[in-house]
Design a protein around this ligand. Structure first.
Ligand SMILES: NC(=O)C1=CN([C@@H]2O[C@H](COP(=O)(O)OP(=O)(O)OC[C@H]3O[C@@H](n4cnc5c(N)ncnc54)[C@H](O)[C@@H]3O)[C@@H](O)[C@H]2O)C=CC1
Length: 291
């Protein structure tokens, strides 16, 4: 069985490609042959591969750059998901779509559930929220999985940045007033595959449709995450640095980040019967893969 994955070079797309088996082949496609904003290229990919489902792992993820490029962000994060969901609906199969903690304002005291009101504070967050709505409108057969703080052996991410910085400095300044769950893209890929099991086995069951939160277990600040990365890296003889804890105000960025990105995972556990590993175990797997 083939599963079409939009986005070939991204962290989640490459993690899906890595767990392909002869029984479940994740066919990852990206530009130029598959542009999610171009209906003709999406329809051609579906005709060529005859997949059983579609996963959208493509997105515009440059959070700060999005503030000055809203059209590009909305094209990839709203138009593209609508094109994919429409094509999947016409072909009669489900779409799994990935979204983000940035749909929330980040000012809640406690974990965000799927029922909490959204209130994105950045262009990226607004474009991702528009994408969630576009997918839900275009294809009732959808699962939208919101995740956060993604890292992996692939592409650019926080773990790689910390290890690179530690290679040539003693101290790294990291914000310590934003909370979330560092989530390992290979764990997201396993989670998507578990979701697919149910979605494909009982395609008419409405309980698996809708929005779900899926992050690592446990929460921390970016500074905590950096300290754990350096502790584990040092244990393996890799680069390490001291973390200087700073506030968000001390590290101004064009896009506002949610102070609280803690997502409650109870719904995905109840409906799909799994949870992702704890973030420290995820960090360990990531550092081992990079070593
Ligand atoms: N990176 C993170 O920390 C987080 C990511 N997410 C979401 O997770 C999903 C996967 O993220 P990552 O794997 O980290 O993203 P990534 O930035 O590593 O990969 C995105 C991929 O999409 C491709 N792409 C962009 N526009 C395209 C188009 N028009 N046609 C085809 N491909 C296109 C890019 O070339 C890139 O390969 C995204 O939906 C993202 O919004 C959610 C929360 C946090």
């Amino acid at each position: 069985m083939k599963i079409l994955v939009a986005g070939r070079s991204g962290q989640v797309a490459q993690s899906l490609a890595a767990i392909s088996t002869p029984d479940r082949q994740f066919v990852t496609l990206g530009r130029p042959e598959l542009d999610i904003c171009d209906p003709a290229s999406v329809e051609a990919a579906i005709r060529a591969h005859q997949p059983a489902a579609l996963i959208n792992a493509a997105a515009y993820t440059a959070v700060d750059k999005a503030e000055s490029e809203p059209e590009a962000a909305f094209a990839a994060n709203e138009t593209g998901p609508r094109v994919l969901a429409t094509a999947a609906h016409q072909a009669g199969f489900p779409i799994l779509h990935i979204s983000t903690d940035y749909v929330f304002a980040g000012d809640k005291d406690g974990f965000y559930t799927e029922d909490d009101p959204v209130d994105p504070q950045s262009v990226y967050g607004r474009s991702k929220l528009a994408g969630e709505r576009a997918v839900a409108e275009a294809n009732p057969n959808h699962v939208i999985l919101r995740t956060a703080w993604v890292f992996s052996p692939y592409g650019n991410n926080f773990v790689k940045t910390m290890l690179r910085l530690a290679a040539d400095r003693d101290t790294v300044r990291v914000v310590s007033d934003q909370w979330g769950s560092p989530t390992y893209a290979p764990d997201i890929a396993e989670g998507l595959s578990r979701v697919l099991d149910k979605a494909l086995a009982s395609p008419t069951n409405p309980s698996w449709r809708g929005i779900f939160h899926m992050t690592s277990q446990g929460t921390c600040t970016w500074a905590d995450f950096a300290e754990e990365i350096f502790r584990q890296s040092a244990e393996r003889g890799g680069p390490s640095a001291k973390v200087e804890r700073i506030t968000t105000a001390g590290y101004p960025t064009p896009a506002k980040r949610p102070a609280n990105s803690r997502l409650a995972n109870g719904k995905v556990e109840a409906v799909f019967g799994f949870g992702l590993p704890a973030w420290r175990d995820a960090a360990s797997a990531g550092i081992q893969a990079l070593a």
